[in-house]
Design a protein around this ligand. Structure first.
Ligand SMILES: [Zn+2]
Length: 175
């Protein structure tokens, strides 16, 4: 259906597009500044073979939700975009791959790296994650999470049970 757009409507729509572009540019500038300043990131992680794939965002640019800062994308979406980019195999489902998440607790000022035991037992992988997300070693807690267990994880065996209560709180506040 065709509808005539008045000059006034067009002007308003142009104005809105410009405003949106300005906002995006400002956000990109803030993001670049935070990265340059070494601000740590919250985000999500996959480990594919020796490859660590992260999708994070500087915590200074993230809103706090119930005292936690998390980065909004979920593992499935991230995996799909990696598949579109041809970075990961098309025939592998995201939950077959060891994965994890980093959240920041604004009250305790601690980062929590929660990940599949297959990732956590690999010192090189953990170091890569810490480097890529610029996580401070002295205020990052490394934990398992019941959600992050791949088919290759040892069955019925929990690794590193300490801090279980904190984990559960975080799990609940994650959607
Ligand atoms: Zn595993």
């Amino acid at each position: 259906m065709d509808r005539k757009i008045s000059a006034e409507e067009r002007k308003e729509s142009d104005r809105q597009v410009r405003k949106l572009l300005d906002e995006i540019a400002a956000r990109n500038r803030r993001h670049a500044r935070a990265v340059k300043a070494g601000v740590p990131e919250a985000g999500i992680i996959f480990m594919l073979g020796a490859k660590i794939l992260t999708n994070g965002y500087p915590i200074t640019e993230l809103p706090s939700c119930g005292g936690l800062k998390t980065y909004g994308t979920d593992h499935r979406d991230f995996w799909r975009s990696l598949q579109r980019m041809g970075v990961v195999p098309q025939d592998t489902v995201y939950d077959e791959v060891p994965r994890g998440r980093v959240v920041y607790n604004t009250k305790t000022k601690q980062f929590h790296l929660m990940a599949d035991p297959c990732i956590l037992k690999n010192k090189t992988a953990v170091r890569k994650i810490m480097n890529e997300l610029r996580l401070p070693a002295d205020s990052t807690k490394i934990e398992t999470d019941e959600h992050y267990r791949c088919p290759k994880c040892p069955k019925g065996k929990q690794v590193g049970n300490e801090g279980k209560r904190g984990e559960r709180q975080i799990t609940r506040s994650r959607k």
